[in-house]
Design a protein around this ligand. Structure first.
Ligand SMILES: CC(C)(COP(=O)(O)OP(=O)(O)OC[C@H]1O[C@@H](n2cnc3c(N)ncnc32)[C@H](O)[C@@H]1OP(=O)(O)O)[C@@H](O)C(=O)NCCC(=O)NCCS
Length: 325
């Protein structure tokens, strides 16, 4: 049966200029390169300078994705920016990116699902494209978590980094089979009862301040390995594919141990796992498009490959999407 699929026609990313290594952090808090590498797999992260706001990072990534697709801003009629670190409370970062790219048609909005934001944004854009409500969507994940991290708290500040990634999705007719290019299936979940395990202790409607990130790391770890596999299995089921059909597994990059435990549980071979957490740290909603772009640029992900993206974030929110590249 013919239907509209959301096909990835371009991918791009952008990282701030400044690199902060684990050794640099040893001078700020009581920590060690050995502890950070052993517990998380992180070796370095990029940190935004004062002029590198979330919209600036996002616009650079979006421009790279458009260039890769051979398109310009005039070809886009939907911009979704997944972020928890917007430049301002409002207007949305998506509208700022829209303006920076000279996009004057269609509509733009931010989507907030913390680290799961990019998966939620891809699934949301897919619905607009599949119904014909938009033709080409720019889906951006952009974050400056360095601005909301408590730099005195060694249990969290070593984990996060800044950056942005983007994909251009284009509505194209498919046959309705798993051979189609595009988003084949997605599955989203959330459960607000877990708020206290990962949250920011401020906001415009409560304290009137931005607040700082707080986390019960062990609890998040346990939930991440336990639940993210459910949405992945459901996505496989919904699409009629299995872990064996997968070309690449591109998970949210928070912790190497979480990623490898999830892959093992799902029977996904380690060589199919794309890992960038060592170089980027946890960049929240930006981590998946950053990893996708890295794997596209080094020639791993190619047209026709079957790619599973998945993430979990504060809330909790979690989800997965299967894409025929
Ligand atoms: C945060 C995380 C790396 C901590 O690893 P862990 O093995 O659970 O470590 P613990 O929290 O049990 O801490 C172990 C010890 O290391 C210490 N420690 C914590 N941070 C440290 C740091 N940066 N450097 C050195 N020691 C540190 C703790 O104080 C604790 O010391 P104690 O045993 O004397 O009390 C891990 O829990 C994790 O990755 N959780 C998930 C986080 C995540 O992915 N969040 C984002 C989701 S989107």
């Amino acid at each position: 049966m013919a239907l509209l699929r959301s096909v990835v026609v371009g991918c791009g990313s952008y990282l701030p200029r400044q690199v902060v290594t684990n050794a640099d952090l040893e001078t700020r808090v009581e920590t060690s390169d050995e502890w950070i590498v052993q517990r998380t797999g992180i070796r370095q992260r990029h940190i935004a300078g004062p002029d590198e706001t979330t919209s600036v990072l996002g616009a650079q990534a979006a421009k790279a994705a458009l260039d890769r697709a051979g398109l310009s801003g005039a070809d886009i009629d939907l911009v979704i920016c997944a972020t928890s670190t917007p430049d301002h409370t409002f207007p949305s970062t998506a509208t700022q990116i829209q303006a920076m790219l000279g996009i004057e048609t269609g509509f733009a909005f931010d989507l907030q699902a913390v680290c799961a934001g990019f998966v939620f944004a891809v699934a949301t854009a897919d619905r607009y494209l599949a119904t014909g409500a938009a033709k080409r969507a720019l889906v951006v994940g952009a974050e400056t978590f360095s601005r909301i991290v408590d730099w005195e708290d060694r249990t969290t500040c070593v984990l996060f980094g800044d950056g942005a990634g983007a994909v251009v999705l284009e509505a194209r007719e498919g046959d309705g089979t798993t051979a189609d290019r595009g988003v084949l299936a997605s599955c989203l979940r959330s459960d607000g009862r877990h708020r206290a395990k990962l949250y920011v202790d401020g906001g415009p409607g409560s304290t009137g301040t931005t607040g700082k990130l707080r986390m019960e790391g062990k609890e998040v770890f346990r939930f991440a390995v336990g639940s993210v596999t459910d949405v992945i299995e459901e996505t496989f089921r919904a699409s009629g594919t299995t872990a064996e059909d997968l070309s690449w597994f591109v998970p949210h990059q928070a912790n190497r141990r979480i990623i490898e435990a999830s892959a093992d549980k799902l029977g996904i071979a380690r060589e199919k796992v794309v890992l960038t957490v060592d170089r980027h740290g946890n960049t929240s909603a930006a981590s998946i498009p950053l990893a996708l772009d890295a794997a596209c640029r080094d020639g791993r992900i190619r047209e026709g490959d079957l790619v599973m993206i998945e993430a979990i974030g504060g809330g909790f929110t979690w989800g997965a999407a299967l894409i025929r590249w």
